[in-house]
Design a protein around this ligand. Structure first.
Ligand SMILES: Cc1cc2nc3c(=O)[nH]c(=O)nc-3n(C[C@H](O)[C@H](O)[C@H](O)COP(=O)(O)OP(=O)(O)OC[C@H]3O[C@@H](n4cnc5c(N)ncnc54)[C@H](O)[C@@H]3O)c2cc1C
Length: 494
């Protein structure tokens, strides 16, 4: 059905050039194979897909967008793309990875999964289409008085979140979201639709728990569900002068006895326009009858507070409330992350450095109205007691959830001309934070993939053994390297 479209044309004057109409003919092939589900520029559905990306820098313009409705249609799209021999493509789950080119592409094909977002609850397993967002999942599962390990902000997609690890409300108590997957349904590079679980393709099963887009396109996630009622938590905004106390309180929280029901993060937010700093905590206690547990150090012992939104509510409500800010403030957003062992001084040294430098950086790019955030949070425990492994490189007896803290540094801004300078600022910050951690002897090589910048190497951070495993699995399931070469974005193995 599909005609072969060469990627290179041999011109009479003796050089190869990329054929300008290659992608166009691939889109025509997609259109004849999947007529109802391919969108071209200027159509309403094309424009709606582009404008639904949450960050402005992600609104690239593919030659066409395919919006499959079934695993068979994903398989057809993969077959057409593979047979084109070279058309570059991108895969979009919820579209919330901030790195340009990871979930959309200029002049290629974007596979936008959002029509595959069915959520089906079947006793203790929830089947979720790979285009779903967490809000839909929570809203559905709570009808059955159960929950799953999902994102804490409802607009975030299931697919990128789970395949990159996934830190949920219940992370400290129940581990990574990817470890609660009982089965991935995947379309492989040869178009086969397969299951990956503990007994069928266990190597692919493990690789998809942290290896993201290197092996195939996940079309359905089967997630373990557990009985769950309301939890306690929310956002507290402190007065600017509470910044140091907040960092000390979080350090104390991390160095005291581990509390498996205490989850969330602390953030310092500097608004470059108002020149105001807002220290914020966003925390949950998942055993509400014993609240605030170890969170007391942050939620009660420090102040002054300017807003206290702690309440008892269902995860769906927290996820919905948190989405409002993301949905209403469209900006450019860039981020990077790094990880260190907690020490009595590391967080306050990092905070002091950021506080000293960030006003000047915001001043330099004042025309772009930048805001910066510095966030600290915990990792989740690795799978234990013989549970099936993931590929993030933590041994069963390691305790990253207690010992490690990861930070995320973000810039939000308006004007695209500030992108390069602020990306350089991110790189410099990560280098300086890592230098402080090295100096204290507390640096850790782990880089959380879901918050890693395009210039970082999270797969390498899993360690050599995991990296070897991931490469072996990629060669086995994608021997010609479709997902290494033609899939344009994402963190690659080769
Ligand atoms: C507002 C906000 C809140 C967040 N909150 C959390 C949080 O609470 N906990 C946490 O751990 N992380 C959180 N994150 C980070 C989040 O996990 C990542 O941004 C993640 O990539 C989002 O998944 P997505 O499906 O929306 O991403 P997308 O950008 O659509 O995809 C991310 C990557 O996954 C690949 N991919 C997408 N779909 C598939 C598929 N079906 N098969 C194979 N590969 C695929 C894409 O090609 C891309 O490279 C948050 C991010 C934001 C912006």
């Amino acid at each position: 059905m599909h005609h072969f479209t060469p990627c290179l044309l041999w011109l009479t004057f003796g050089i190869f050039v990329a054929s300008s109409n290659t992608t166009t003919s691939t889109c025509d092939d997609l259109s004849s194979a999947l007529s109802d589900d391919v969108r071209f520029p200027e159509s309403d559905l094309y424009n709606a897909s582009i404008s639904s990306y949450p960050f402005l820098q992600l609104q690239l313009h593919p030659t066409c967008i395919t919006q499959p409705r079934t695993p068979q249609e994903v398989s057809t799209a993969i077959n057409v793309l593979r047979e084109s021999g070279c058309t570059k493509f991108a895969v979009r789950g919820g579209g919330h990875n901030a790195n340009v080119g990871f979930n959309n592409i200029d002049d290629g094909v974007t596979i936008d999964m959002h029509l595959m977002s069915a959520v089906e609850v079947n006793k203790d397993v929830v089947r979720v289409g790979a285009g779903a967002i967490w809000q839909k999942v929570y809203d559905e599962v709570e009808k059955y008085n159960v929950s799953v390990l999902g994102g804490r902000i409802g607009v975030v997609g299931v697919a990128g979140f789970v395949t990159g690890g996934g830190i949920s409300f219940f992370g400290p108590e129940r581990g990574w979201a990817c470890d609660a997957v009982v089965n991935f349904q995947v379309v492989l590079a040869n178009g086969d639709i397969v299951d990956a679980n503990a007994t069928s393709r266990p190597d692919l099963f493990a690789a998809l728990k942290g290896g993201q887009s290197n092996f195939g396109i996940v079309t359905r996630f089967d997630l373990k569900a557990f009985p769950q009622g309301p939890i306690w938590g929310g956002r507290i905004a402190f007065a600017p002068e509470a910044d140091t106390a907040l960092i000390s309180a979080y350090t104390e929280f991390k160095t005291s006895k581990y509390d498996p029901y205490a989850a969330g993060w602390v953030t310092l937010r500097y608004n470059g326009t108002s020149k105001q700093t807002t220290p914020v905590s966003v925390l949950w206690y998942t055993k509400p009858e014993q609240k605030p547990g170890a969170l007391k150090k942050i939620t009660e012992d420090i102040g002054p507070k300017v807003f206290n939104g702690m309440q008892t509510a269902m995860p769906s409500e927290f996820a919905r409330n948190a989405s409002v800010v993301v949905k209403t403030s469209k900006s450019r957003t860039i981020w990077a992350t790094t990880t260190f062992h907690i020490s009595p001084t590391i967080m306050s040294r990092i905070h002091r450095l950021w506080k000293a430098l960030v006003p000047k950086i915001c001043e330099t790019y004042a025309h772009a109205n930048p805001t910066s955030e510095l966030t600290f949070q915990s990792l989740a425990p690795p799978p234990r007691n013989g549970s099936h492994p993931n590929v993030m490189g933590f041994a069963e007896n390691a305790t990253p959830e207690k010992d490690l803290v990861f930070l995320q540094i973000i810039f939000y801004f308006g004007d695209a001309s500030a992108t390069e300078g602020l990306n350089n600022a991110l790189k410099d910050f990560i280098k300086m934070f890592d230098d402080i951690a090295e100096e204290e002897g507390v640096k850790n090589k782990y880089v959380y993939l879901n918050f890693a910048a395009w210039f970082q190497e999270p797969l390498q951070g899993y360690g050599n053994e995991s990296l070897r495993t991931l490469k072996r699995v990629a060669r086995k399931y994608d021997p010609k390297g479709l997902f290494q070469k033609q899939l344009a974005g994402g963190f690659k193995l080769f």
